[in-house]
Design a protein around this ligand. Structure first.
Ligand code: ADP
Length: 249
């Protein structure tokens, strides 16, 4: 029996088929390249805290009895590095879930929710949060993930700004466009770094090695914003600092 294969009528159809097939292959290749890069970056980032933890544990084992004075410092390192690993693993889990996540949307009071977040964070950060939150603004979105984005932006604002500066949390609605902004008076972000800060694992050179972080917070915030059909963007504050804006249209 002869197999009947679908034979395209015209040569242009073959060309179109080949073109779309090639495009699909390109996309798949790019995706798997990206995934490989992601896994190798994650492994690399985890290796550093693991190595530090192991070397301090060994140090305590070898010299702790004779030189007990080294113990507190080593335990501090172990503590810090395990915190770093914990955030990294939590964020990696969130990211891997974000790829497959569909969120439940509700219509809720965003003004109220932002006030709650601000209350909660007030105790945890040094800076004062100046609220410019318009009342009774409701949106249809996933409340939990919006909370996660705003908390992450406020924590970054605190982390990259002096303790005595002010962080502004703003909410307004103009012509049906709702915007949340987190404005800080900190170090700001160079123009060269701006295009990359939403990339996974990207950290600017001036903070690497001096301020703890994973480089994943903003990429998560960006993916969660997309899942909520919102746009996350960054601009400069004047005379210094950054402005992160979430726009719902
Ligand atoms: P992390 O803070 O863990 O490094 P993020 O993904 O949250 O990771 O941020 C990526 C990078 O963007 C940071 O390492 C820092 O260089 C820069 N950045 C983020 N938020 C701010 C901010 N408010 N002010 C200055 N730089 C920032």
């Amino acid at each position: 029996r002869q197999l009947s294969l679908p034979v395209p009528d015209k040569p242009t159809e073959v060309t179109n088929l080949a073109t779309s097939f090639n495009r699909l292959l390109d996309e798949l290749e790019k995706k798997s390249e990206k995934e490989k890069l992601f896994v190798s970056n994650a492994a690399h980032e985890l290796r550093t805290p693991i190595a530090t933890i192991r070397s301090h544990a060994q140090l305590i084992q070898r010299r702790g009895r004779e030189h007990p004075e080294i113990i507190p410092k080593s335990i501090e390192y172990i503590n810090d590095e395990s915190h770093q690993m914990q955030s990294l693993v939590d964020e990696l889990l969130t990211l891997s879930r974000a790829d497959r996540m569909t969120l439940d949307f509700d219509n809720y009071d965003l003004s109220q929710s932002l006030n709650n977040i601000s209350d909660r964070l007030n105790a945890a950060i040094k800076q004062k949060i100046n609220r410019q939150i318009e009342k009774d603004i409701r949106i249809t979105a996933n409340e939990e993930s919006i909370e996660q984005i705003v908390t992450s932006l406020l924590s970054n604002a605190a982390k990259y700004s002096p303790n005595d500066s002010v962080i502004t949390l703003k909410l307004d609605r103009i012509n049906d466009v709702t915007q949340i902004s987190v404005i800080d008076e900190g170090r700001g972000i160079n123009d060269e770094d701006k295009p990359h800060i939403f990339d996974r694992f990207y950290r600017s050179n001036d903070v690497r090695g001096s301020i703890a972080g994973t480089g994943l917070g903003l990429s998560i915030a960006n993916e969660l914003s997309s899942l909520n059909h919102a746009q996350l963007s960054v601009s400069d504050n004047h005379p210094h600092g950054s402005i992160f804006t979430i726009t719902f249209e």
